[in-house]
Design a protein around this ligand. Structure first.
Ligand code: C5J
Length: 227
């Protein structure tokens, strides 16, 4: 049964048995002081602020028996999946693979690469380590979602204009319908978050739809009340 969720640019028709939540890169590296995000000179407090909303969204999907996917931006310890063009970009105090306050930066298995404890995956959920900004680059996620009959993706996580938007665009090209939960995503730059959302919903939803979490919750609550 499809449920209509008020969204921009128009209502999103969600089919719960074909929809999965994708939580992008809610890892300590980006969100906690001392991680890669902070090393790049960013104020991480904006990202910390959405953690309760992301937790509520994950809980909502679990309550309704819907699939949850978590991603981490993560490289192999030998950095064989980190091109020099990525590692050498800019002039950060520390680079990917260097030893930081929470272990080696953006390296799989290091403390800083773990998903925040409040949002930790549970058994049965999918965890994808991705070496790129987009979640389909060099991962098996598309095949995994196809096998489960998933055709709609609901997005949350950080940062809106980098890994979230890149993943939504990749998903769009692979045929998924994409809904961004706008209060469950954040950027270090508020103007970039706002612009990314406008880009996504422009031109009739050229990348997808956007809505606050409450609209999704209300749509499901209304359907249950209707029996
Ligand atoms: C960044 C991400 N911003 N998860 N990664 O480098 O958006």
């Amino acid at each position: 049964m499809a449920l209509s969720v008020p969204a921009r640019p128009y209502d999103f028709s969600i089919e719960p048995n074909k929809a999965a939540l994708v939580v992008i890169d809610m890892q300590r590296d980006f969100i906690e002081p001392g991680g890669f995000g902070a090393v790049l000179g960013n104020d991480v407090s904006r990202l910390t602020a959405i953690v309760p909303t992301v937790a509520r969204l994950i809980g909502f999907f679990r309550t309704h028996g819907m699939l949850v996917v978590h991603t981490r931006e993560a490289h192999k310890p030998d950095l064989s999946d980190c091109p020099p063009a990525k590692r050498m970009r800019g002039k950060p105090g520390l680079r990917i693979g260097d030893e930081g306050a929470m272990g080696r930066i953006l390296i799989a298995g290091e403390p800083g690469n773990q998903i925040l404890p409040d949002l930790a995956p549970v058994a049965g959920e999918i965890v994808i380590d991705k070496p790129g900004k987009g979640m389909f680059w060099a991962t098996d996620l598309h095949q995994t979602l196809l096998e489960r009959g998933i055709t709609q993706l609901v997005f949350a996580g950080v940062t809106t204009e980098v890994c979230v938007q890149t993943s939504m665009r990749e998903a769009n090209d692979r045929g998924y319908e994409c809904l961004l939960i706008e209060d469950a995503t954040e950027s270090y730059f508020p103007e970039f978050k706002a612009a990314a959302i406008e880009m996504i919903v422009a031109q009739g939803g050229i990348v997808g739809w956007a809505t606050p979490l409450a609209a999704l919750e209300t749509a499901f609550a209304g359907a249950m009340a209707d029996g």
